[in-house]
Design a protein around this ligand. Structure first.
Ligand code: BMA
Length: 315
């Protein structure tokens, strides 16, 4: 393994395709991940045959072989408070456990554009919508697993939809409804992440800081290229960056990542830390299927602290 590219793909990739979904659909991709009781849970984005996405649960005993529920779990709402904003689908979920609740942030997509929805569950049976945390145009939101200084913390990505530039922002809330103190956390830079960024996975608490993965997008003559970096934030002041990987650490290489509805995309929405050591990164590949790659936590943290110059000179 190249020390700059710490992830090892699971040999059985892709772990889920539409053949594994027990009802007709176009694609299954961009899944949130968590552990619940003795099971691994993936919350799948499934695009139906009309092109609208909903979320369905898949369950596993070992984190590699998943069985998909026979019915969707979260579908666009009929409630007039939510319907206009979810009419075109519910996309790209992330799960964060805060105390006894599992909070789900998702992209609500409707005629006005994408915005961030928040809901929660205790049991992965009943789902309760809480709020739209943002106006349009905003997506790729994750919650921190604990309050900091009495406030919930969320990372999101205003703008960036369509052809706009997209920076990663951070903001705070007393109740998950009213948000403020927003500021820019990380911006696109020339090179692999020049077009836009978006946070990929909810932060994990480590001794060195909050660790999260993000995606960077580059516009090329052949279309957009989605790759992955990692960022480390201060434990007490998460708006302060301790370090971030100066280069992408994971990108499309395999056929199932290069070919599909949207080629050249790896798009993680979930990560699970095992035994404080191994990270299981679940990612959508080419907007068509779901795959898994593993890396050691220490390697990712080391890369977040790497100096740019060392990468350029190879020393
Ligand atoms: C982003 C989101 C993702 C998707 C990616 C690549 O803007 O829509 O759901 O995986 O584009 O198409």
């Amino acid at each position: 393994m190249n020390r700059l590219y710490p992830f090892k793909r699971f040999k059985g990739n892709p772990i889920l395709t539409r053949e594994d979904v027990p009802y007709p659909c176009n694609t299954v991709f961009n899944a949130a991940a968590c552990k619940f009781r003795d099971e691994y849970i993936l919350l799948l984005r499934i695009e139906d045959l009309s092109g609208v996405s909903h979320l369905t649960i898949a369950r596993s005993e070992n984190g590699y072989e998943f069985e998909v529920d026979s019915e969707p779990w979260i579908v666009p709402s009929n409630d007039e408070r939510f319907e206009p904003y979810e009419r075109y689908g519910i996309e790209d979920p992330r799960i964060t456990q805060i105390e006894e609740y599992y909070y789900i942030t998702y992209t609500a997509f409707g005629p006005f554009g994408p915005r961030v929805g928040i809901g929660r569950t205790k049991d992965f049976v009943k789902f309760e919508r809480i709020s739209f945390a943002t106006e349009v145009d905003n997506k790729d939101a994750v919650l921190f697993p604990e309050k900091i200084d009495g406030l919930y913390v969320m990372i999101d990505r205003p703008l960036g939809w369509g052809a706009q530039r997209g920076d990663i922002w951070i903001q705070f809330s007393p109740d998950l409804v009213f948000w403020g103190k927003a500021r820019v956390l990380l911006s696109p830079e020339p090179g692999w992440s020049s077009a836009k960024l978006g946070i990929s996975t909810p932060p994990i608490k480590t001794e060195k800081g909050w660790l999260a993965f993000y995606h960077g997008v580059r516009e090329t003559g052949g279309g957009r290229l989605y790759r992955v970096g990692a960022i480390l934030m201060d434990l007490k002041h998460p708006e302060k960056i301790i370090g971030y990987t100066p280069h992408f650490i994971f990108g499309p290489e395999e056929d199932y990542e290069r070919t599909g509805d949207v080629p050249n995309v790896v798009f993680p929405c979930g990560v699970i830390l095992e035994d404080d050591r191994t990270l299981k990164l679940y990612y959508g590949a080419a907007d068509t299927c779901i795959a898994l790659a593993e890396a050691h936590l220490d390697d990712i943290i080391r890369l977040c602290l790497l100096e740019k110059e060392k990468v350029r000179t190879g020393k």
